[in-house]
Design a protein around this ligand. Structure first.
Ligand SMILES: CCCCCCCC/C=C\CC(=O)SCCNC(=O)CCNC(=O)[C@H](O)C(C)(C)COP(=O)(O)OP(=O)(O)OC[C@H]1O[C@@H](n2cnc3c(N)ncnc32)[C@H](O)[C@@H]1OP(=O)(O)O
Length: 276
């Protein structure tokens, strides 16, 4: 019964090979059904509205096509994602701000609750929103000598509850509290020690191969049993945002457009430029 189902899924993916879009590229291995989703917005894959919309569409498509696994990586070996594009925050046009935050909520809901097994191949630094993407996956392989963390307090902003839950579900409440309140960025080696990541890789090829090995664990597991189990484990966390989306959006708009936060972000951006 399960075997017949697997064959059907593999066949449904047969003609779905590689599609390069602007900011997100999706390539599906027709033999394994595993999709590699590559973020490609140089220089640092900061998440703007357009990238988030493309990522959201890719995740929907991979849900519909019943992908057998997703590897999320960066086209650069230096930065996985620098997090949300800070320029979006200084956009005072409320329509775009709303679309931006709604797109981020969409991406998180789809990625966190995806039916396919997901791996973050963290082939570069992953601050803030970059760390969120990684935490939304089920397994994390990271290049040595990079950094990862939810550093929002360093920017004078407050990580929403669903960011916090994503980290708490991986490393527990005590460490999440310490990490978030201090805005701690962990080195790869530190991240492995606290369980924030699962494996260290030498380079991107090694990271991809370790990600593929993780997905092989599910080769002989019923996709239905696997995804339902994941749903039971992650369902409440996803639902907590689904039920409060409007309030979360309002809180974001109110906070991000406040004079105090805008001033702090300006100073942070200047410090980033000076850091060169
Ligand atoms: C109370 C308020 C509630 C509101 C709730 C909001 C919750 C928001 C939640 C999440 C927030 C975020 O995700 S904010 C983003 C946080 N990200 C960071 O702090 C990362 C900052 N970047 C870096 O540390 C580094 O750039 C890097 C380590 C990622 C890479 O270093 P590298 O040396 O390779 O590159 P540069 O630093 O030279 O950067 C190149 C270029 O990119 C610009 N840049 C970097 N990060 C961002 C970004 N996140 N958004 C937009 N632009 C970014 C950087 O300024 C450089 O630009 P220029 O070449 O023009 O100088």
């Amino acid at each position: 019964m399960f075997l017949r189902r697997s064959v059907t899924l593999a066949m449904s993916l047969k003609n779905y090979s590689s599609e390069a879009k602007n900011l997100v590229a999706v390539a599906v291995n027709n033999q394994t059904g595993v999709a590699t989703v590559t973020l490609q917005r140089p220089p640092v894959n900061s998440l703007n509205l357009e990238l988030l919309n493309e990522l959201s569409s890719a995740l929907t498509e991979l849900e519909e096509k019943k992908a057998r696994g997703i590897i999320l990586k960066s086209s650069s070996d230096s930065v996985f994602s620098a997090g949300l594009d800070i320029h979006e925050f200084s956009n005072t046009e409320e329509g775009r701000l709303k679309k931006f935050w709604t797109a981020l909520q969409d991406v998180w809901i789809k990625l966190y609750g995806h039916s396919a097994p997901t791996v973050a191949c963290i082939n570069g630094h992953a601050p803030a929103g970059g760390c969120l993407l990684a935490l939304s996956c089920e397994y994390r392989v990271m290049l040595k000598q990079k950094t990862i963390g939810l550093n929002e307090t360093k920017l004078g902003i407050v990580a929403p509850l669903w960011f916090i839950a994503s980290m708490e579900n991986v490393i527990g409440r005590r460490l999440t509290e310490l990490s978030l309140t201090t805005g701690k960025m962990y080195t790869t080696e530190e991240a492995l020690k606290i369980g924030l990541i699962d494996e260290i890789a030498e380079d991107t090829n090694d990271a991809v191969s370790k990600s593929e090995n993780f997905l092989k664990l599910f080769q002989n597991i019923s996709p239905f049993a696997r995804s339902q189990t994941k749903k039971f484990i992650r369902g409440n966390t996803v639902q907590s945002l689904v039920k409060t989306r409007e309030a979360d959006l309002k809180a974001f708009i109110d906070d991000i457009t406040s004079e105090k936060v805008q001033k702090g972000l300006k100073v942070y951006m200047e410090s980033l430029k000076k850091g060169k």
